[in-house]
Structures are given as structure tokens and as C-alpha cells.
Write a protein that binds this ligand. Structure first.
Ligand code: HEM
Length: 430
């Protein structure tokens, strides 16, 4: 068994690969061509996520391939201090404390701090789509990748006018680090990333110049810092903004696209959602398990470690296959079946586990719940274009749809046969 994250199977049906990897007697393999150790079992992935003394985060944001010298010289100019996702102790606990104090991360706090923003943006995008009844749209371009970006920009106090360039920079960062760009593309993306970093530094500088009296996230982080570099430096505030602008949108965009794909591929599911929005949270939870927006994540070993029968040496990069762990049959009943009624869904690892557990999990769930509820209520006849075939962007970490072509129909469909359009990649799903 050999994992080719850029091969046809993984880009159309990653679950087929996860099943084969999980069937391997060791559950841990060294992929020499990728230079990565692959960890697939739930217990091993969970351990790696939650044991920073053995599995560190320092290389999480370093490209997974050998970068060409010209791109590398640009990347070397990125003087972003590690915070949260790229940091290990003692920096991680300190910057994590800052994030927990300044970014709402429980359902109640998220509802109070960001609920109005999420509802306003969902209403705006849903009304725009509903006004186009009878037309074909790409739900990725016009909804799933749009909503989380607008929400995170509102939270950070970034003007709407910058939405397009931030989208390009953030997409570029994901392709540069976890994708497979050719050398010309690497240079272009690396330059974009440097511009993005300077842009984030400017966002912070503008607030410092204007007396930091706004109520956006960056002002809150500066107030928390209270001019004390031991608490947080100004550059670390820029680094946190830089991370939030990517983490806050690409991930939730993936969750929304996977949820819509699952719901619309089986039209009865969409009808149920339109008829009874109370089923939405469980549907979102099962989407997170079944089709995680981040299905592979990186760690580097700080010392030799033995998992099962396999010893991974110190200094090795590991790809934690969250997608495979979420389908481990020793944890999940009928793991390859999409089942919103399952009772074991809470064991999924899609938001990580332990000290780096996703700070935006509650926000992502709120966005997905409000978005699906609003869309199903306004466009109950929404359907995927017949012949639609699922395919994902080449990436070892982020599982993002290329497109979700659909037809807008605001009328309520009459109950009828529920045959999905062609989506052979998951013919095994219930
Ligand atoms: C479906 C949506 C999301 C998914 C699947 C997701 C996934 C993850 C995962 C797997 C981690 C753990 C990283 C690790 O262990 O190294 C993580 C951490 C993080 N996430 Fe999310 N995330 C999502 C949404 C968000 C949102 C909306 C935000 C903020 C606006 C966010 C901000 C962060 C941050 C700052 C961290 C780093 C926490 C730390 O290192 O202490 N995420 N996320």
C-alpha cells in the first residue's frame, strides 16, 4: 500500500485509501517518497495530537516537499514568530492563553460575540442565491468559501474590500505548504505569502497608530497585551491575525462544502433539513467525522517513539491521518456509513485533541448550523447538477472541493425517488 496524496484515488475517494491504510497490520508506515511517517489508527493519532513532548508542532507550517531555492529565499524572509498552531512549549501555552482570553471559543461565548455577524452574513448570501431561482451556481464559489471568510474578516475588523486578495493569499498559503506546486508557482505563492504577512503587520500597526480603541479582535488582542512583551509581543499579535485569517476560513469552508455535498447527494436528507432544522447539528457533527475538512495534519517527533510495533526516530515528520482515524472500526460502528444518528460521533478528531484543540470549533459549528438551516429554509429545492463528480484540490492536509455545481430552486420539492447524482467516489456511503 502506498499513499499518493496527489493521485487520482486520493483526490476523488480518500476513504478508499484510508480503508487500505487502516487494514495494514501496523497502522504506521514510512512513506519514503513523501518523507513522512503515516499514522492512521485512532489511538495513535489521538496520542500524537495530545503529546507535545513527543510530537511537536514546530514544522506544522513548513512545506511538505523540497522547495526550490528561489522560493526558499522568499520564505526565509517571512519572520513570522510561531504562535499557537506552529508553537511548542513554552511559547504555545502563553499564546494559547492569549487566544483563549480574546477569541470566543465556547458555544455561549461564540453566540454572544459572533452570533449576529454570522446571521447577518448568512442572510446576505442566502438572499443573494435565492434571488437567482432557476439558475446554476457553484456553491463553493458563491457560498461555502465566501461565508467563513466574510465572518472572520468581520471579527478581525478587516474591510470587505480586501476579501479577494485575502482569499488569494490564504488559498496560496495552503497550496504552498501542503500542496504540490511547481517551482514557478512556488515562487509566486511564496511572494504572495510575504505580502500577506506584511498586510497583517499593517493591520496591527494601523490600530496602534489610531489609539487601538476599536472593538475588533486585533484591538482586543492589543488590549490584552497591555504593552507587555512578556504577555504577547506586537509581532505575535500580527502572527495570530495571520493564522486566524487562514484557519478561520479555509477549514469552515471545507466543512460547509462537505455538509452540502452529503446533504444534496441524497435529496431526502436536504428535504429533512428543510422540514426540521433540529436535525442540522447532528448532521454537521457526522460530516465532521465522515469527511473532515482537515484530514491530515503534521507533527515532528521530538524523540524516538514506538507506536504498536513500529519505532519512529526523533526528528521525523509525521502525517496524522485524521480522516482514517475517524473511520477506525475499533472506535466507530459501521465507520464507512454516513449516519447522523450515531452515538459515537464525539470521538472524532476533526478539531484535533489536547493542548492544540481547535480554538474555532464552536464558531465553525455555529456557522455550519446557521448556514445549512438558512439555506435549506430559503432554497428547499436546491439540487446538485446531474452528473456532478466529487473531486478535491491536491493537498495533504486540507480536503477542499473544486466545485459544487447546483441549481437554485426555491420551491419545495414533492417527495419522490431519492437517487443521488453520479458521485461514484462514495458509492459505499449510506
Ligand atoms: C471545520 C472547521 C475547522 C476545522 C476542521 C479545524 C481544525 C483544526 C485542527 C485539526 C486543529 C488542531 C491543530 C493541531 O493540533 O496542531 C485546529 C487548531 C486551531 N484552529 Fe481550527 N479548525 C476549524 C475552524 C477554525 C476556526 C473557525 C478558527 C478561528 C476563527 C480556527 C482556529 C484555530 C486555531 C487558532 C488553532 C490553533 C490552536 C492551538 O494551536 O492552540 N479553526 N483547528
Amino acid at each position: 500500500m502506498r499513499l499518493n496524496p496527489f493521485g487520482r484515488i486520493y483526490l476523488t475517494d480518500p476513504a478508499a485509501m484510508w480503508r487500505r491504510i487502516l487494514d495494514d497490520p501496523d497502522g504506521v508506515q514510512h512513506a519514503e517518497d513523501l518523507g513522512l511517517w503515516l499514522i492512521s489508527r485512532h489511538a495513535h493519532v489521538r496520542r500524537a495530537l495530545s503529546d507535545p513532548a513527543t510530537f511537536g508542532n514546530s514544522l506544522t507550517l513548513a512545506p511538505v516537499y523540497e522547495v526550490c531555492p528561489e522560493a526558499l529565499s522568499v520564505i526565509m524572509r517571512l519572520d513570522v514568530p510561531p504562535t499557537t498552531v506552529a508553537a511548542d512549549p513554552p511559547v504555545h501555552p502563553r499564546t494559547r492563553r492569549a487566544l483563549r482570553a480574546t477569541f470566543a471559543n465556547t458555544p455561549d461565548r461564540v453566540e454572544a460575540a459572533y452570533g449576529a455577524i454570522v446571521r447577518r452574513r448568512v442572510d446576505q448570501l442566502v438572499s443573494r442565491l435565492a434571488a437567482r431561482s432557476g439558475q446554476r451556481v457553484d456553491l463553493v464559489r458563491e457560498f461555502t468559501s465566501e461565508l467563513p471568510l466574510l465572518v472572520v474578516l468581520d471579527i478581525l475588523g478587516v474591510p470587505d474590500t480586501d476579501v479577494d486578495r485575502i482569499r488569494i493569499w490564504a488559498d496560496g498559503q495552503i497550496a504552498l505548504i501542503w500542496g504540490q506546486p511547481d517551482p514557478v508557482e512556488q515562487v509566486r505563492l511564496a511572494r504572495g505569502l510575504l505580502e500577506f504577512w506584511h498586510y497583517c503587520q499593517d493591520l496591527v500597526r494601523q490600530r496602534l497608530d489610531s489609539g487601538r480603541d476599536g472593538d475588533d479582535y486585533i484591538c482586543r488582542a492589543l488590549a490584552y497585551r497591555d504593552d507587555d512583551d512578556e504577555v504577547l509581543t506586537v509581532t505575535e499579535v500580527a502572527s495570530i491575525a495571520f493564522n486566524l485569517l487562514v484557519a478561520g476560513h479555509e477549514t469552515t469552508a471545507g466543512l460547509l462544502a462537505h455538509a452540502l455535498d452529503q446533504a444534496l447527494s441524497q435529496p431526502h436528507r436536504w428535504r429533512e433539513m428543510a422540514a426540521d432544522p433540529r436535525c442540522v447539528p447532528a448532521f454537521v457533527a457526522e460530516t465532521l467525522r465522515f469527511a473532515p475538512a482537515i484530514d491530515g495534519w503534521l507533527r515532528v517527533t521530538q524523540r524516538d517513539v514506538t507506536l504498536g510495533e513500529v519505532t519512529i526516530p526523533a526528528g521525523a515528520r509525521c502525517l496524522l491521518l485524521i480522516g482514517a482515524a475517524n473511520r477506525d472500526p475499533s472506535v466507530f460502528a459501521h465507520p464507512d456509513r454516513f449516519d447522523p444518528h450515531r452515538t459515537d460521533v464525539a470521538d472524532q478528531l476533526s478539531f484535533g485533541h489536547g493542548p492544540h484543540f481547535c480554538i474555532g470549533a464552536a464558531l465553525a459549528r455555529l456557522e455550519a448550523d446557521v448556514a445549512l438551516t438558512g439555506l435549506a429554509a430559503a432554497i428547499p429545492g436546491l439540487r446538485l447538477t446531474p452528473g456532478y463528480r466529487r473531486s478535491f484540490k491536491p493537498n495533504v492536509a486540507f480536503r477542499a472541493h473544486h466545485a459544487l455545481p447546483a441549481t437554485i430552486d426555491v420551491t419545495t420539492p414533492v417527495d419522490g425517488p431519492t437517487a443521488p447524482p453520479a458521485a461514484p467516489a462514495e458509492a459505499h456511503a449510506a
